[in-house]
Design a protein around this ligand. Structure first.
Ligand code: ATP
Length: 584
């Protein structure tokens, strides 16, 4: 029952819905009492030879009106209670989704996509069940049971009632015992479901790689193993659930036996009449559902409880990126000063710092180039700029203000970021380009595509800018995807444009064209380009060479060539490669 306390905030919020629903249930329970009463009454009339056509018609009429009213009140409780339950699911899903949006990289390291999807769908269904079927079964079994028992006491005999319901408390003891078992069994089942969900998600996303590497059988075996684990977890849940119903049946049989023995004795000794005994047996049959309902109830609430805990576990995770509520609500425009003494990834605390002593000033309008070996720290610096990690020694300022002191909703929209792996949404090219805001005009979309040297390619596609891409659309080449991502970033004319190896798949001529456009268009704005190809950064006012998280060389293209270090070596090697390939 702990889950009802945990969901107290919701029931309080929706109390009108629930009060109305419970009152409708009460009315249904009261109306349910009439048929057994009139059956007993009719039997007594029959025994006494007093049943006339007019009396029978009157009884039938009452029963018909009763059935109509029952229909009406059942409809009302269903709409109030099920309606409330769907509101709970909606609220929790919205909270979860908003929470996902604020979470940092560490969170997505800890919880995998399939797991989060399971929590946002399957677990939320179980929680909704608590607020729907759970409340319904709870109110129905308690209200239905209590009303029936009181009616039995009043209409028949209180002693017979007490003796007949004597074994009932055993049900409560059984529910509590099984409830605990169900909670842990269902929690384990949902964890296995999350793992399987994640496996399916990864296999489907990586299907090309699986096939290319001939790993179909190995992946299938892996999936079968996880599927079996889930099956075992399901079986355990059903095993616990199945223990309850036979026990309930035993209690009901016991109640009938007691009724027939003690009730029969009472009829023989004229304490109650035969009609009352018939009504009593009909009332006992009306207790069957409330008793089974208690079994359903513990099943629903313990499943919902385990799921609610899983949803709350995610919702209680804190992000390390704290939005300063009194932060500066202004576009970050001005010189960028990076002064990082040390940064180590949170989950790599014992490892070497990912960045150490990185100090550089980029004047507004200038371009900063970042080069260096794989894993040298270029992307890490970009992540700090993008506020994906805030926990570093040192400071990054733009126009004299620490980037942590800008309000996030002013700071982040002013950055244009093109990551190494860009993502296409399943919509048209036009919507993909203006993803930052659907209000952006078609002309601006075309202008951005031209700047990213993508316009001509788009015109060759079957529906031009309205061509669908992504999962159900056409596939773009790697270079086209990169240029689409660049157009998506350029369209907002960002104060700081960050390109993380974003030109690696475009040919040399297109790269030159894009870089020339950037130079001309972004005269007053900052651009940061990380690349493996030296040609991507050689126009930059300032180039940093990274090695193991530190800056090993710095300067312009010409000064770096004179140093004859890693940069010069890499440049000459790449020039040679171009010549050998017969390029320019
Ligand atoms: N989220 C993370 N958690 C822990 N370590 C990380 C994380 N991301 C990167 N690293 C590590 O930090 C170091 C720097 O990586 P980074 O991605 O910044 O290199 P890079 O210079 O951008 O490399 P590339 O040229 O391949 O993109 C590497 O040793 C990498 O393994």
């Amino acid at each position: 029952m702990d889950i009802f306390r945990k969901l107290g905030w919701f029931f309080k919020d929706q109390r009108n819905n629930y009060i109305r629903g419970v009152l409708d249930l009460l009315m249904t329970a009261l109306l349910n009492m009439l048929p057994p009463f009139f059956i007993g009454y009719t039997v007594n009339l029959l025994v006494a030879h007093q049943l006339t056509i007019s009396k029978l018609t009157g009884i039938l009429l009452i029963l018909v009106v009763d059935a109509l009213l029952l229909y009406f009140f059942r409809y009302l409780w269903a709409t109030h209670i099920w309606g409330g339950a769907t509101i709970l699911e909606k609220i929790l899903r919205k909270r979860l989704y908003a929470h996902f949006m604020t979470m940092d990289e560490q969170f997505y390291h800890k919880y995998r996509t399939g797991d989060l999807m399971a929590r946002a769908t399957n677990d939320l269904n179980q929680v909704r069940n608590v607020a729907g079927s759970g409340i319904l079964t709870f109110a129905d079994s308690i209200i239905g049971g209590t009303v029936t028992i009181i009616t039995m006491m009043i209409v028949v005999d209180w002693r017979l009632t007490l003796i007949a319901i004597l074994p009932f408390p055993l049900l409560a003891v059984m529910s509590m015992q099984l409830g605990r078992k169900m909670h842990s069994a269902f929690g384990a089942q949902q964890d296995e479901f999350s793992t399987l969900n994640n496996k399916v998600q990864e296999s489907l996303s990586g299907m090309k790689a699986i096939k290319t590497l001939g790993q179909e059988q190995a992946d299938l075996a892996d999936m079968t193993k996880q599927n079996r684990k889930l099956l075992t977890a399901y079986k355990r849940v059903e095993f616990v659930a199945a223990l309850y119903d036979p026990f309930t049946s035993m209690i009901i049989v016991l109640a009938y036996v007691v009724t027939i023995i003690y009730g029969g004795w009472m009829v023989l000794h004229h304490v109650i009449n035969i009609g009352q005994l018939v009504s009593f047996i009909a009332y006992i049959s009306m207790l069957i559902w409330p008793m089974f309902a208690i079994g359903r109830l513990f099943n629903i609430i313990e499943r919902g409880h385990a799921s609610y805990d899983r949803v709350m576990e995610v919702l209680n995770e804190k992000t390390s990126i704290l939005d300063d509520p009194s932060g500066l609500h202004a576009e970050p425009h001005g010189d960028l000063i990076i002064d990082i003494e040390n940064f180590t990834y949170p989950d790599e605390a014992d490892e070497q710092p990912a960045l150490k002593n990185v100090h550089v000033t980029v004047k507004a309008g200038e371009t900063l180039g970042l080069v260096g070996r794989v894993g040298a720290g270029k992307s890490t610096l970009m992540k700090l700029l993008l506020r994906q990690f805030d926990d570093y020694q040192g400071a990054i300022t733009i126009a004299g203000t620490d980037i942590k002191h800008y309000a996030l909703d002013s700071y982040l929209p002013a950055l244009g970021y093109v990551p190494q792996e860009n993502f296409l949404f399943s919509t048209t090219i036009r919507e993909n380009i203006r993803f930052a805001s659907p209000q952006i005009s078609d002309e601006a979309v075309i202008a951005a595509a031209k700047k990213a040297a993508l316009h001509d390619d788009i015109l060759l596609l079957p529906k031009g800018y309205d061509t669908e891409v992504g999962e159900h659309g056409i596939s773009l080449s790697g270079g086209q995807r990169q240029r689409l991502a660049i157009a998506r970033a350029l369209i907002i004319d960002p104060e700081v444009l960050i390109l993380d190896d974003a030109l690696s798949a475009v040919d040399a001529r297109t790269e030159t064209a894009i870089l020339a456009t950037l130079k001309a268009e972004r005269a007053n704005k900052t651009t940061i380009i990380a690349a493996h190809r030296i040609s991507s950064v050689m126009q930059a006012e300032n180039i940093l060479v990274f090695d193991h998280g530190e800056v090993s060389e710095r300067g312009t293209h010409h000064t770096l060539l004179k140093v004859e270090g890693w940069y010069a070596d890499m440049y000459h090697r790449q020039q040679l490669e171009i010549k050998l390939e017969g390029g320019e």
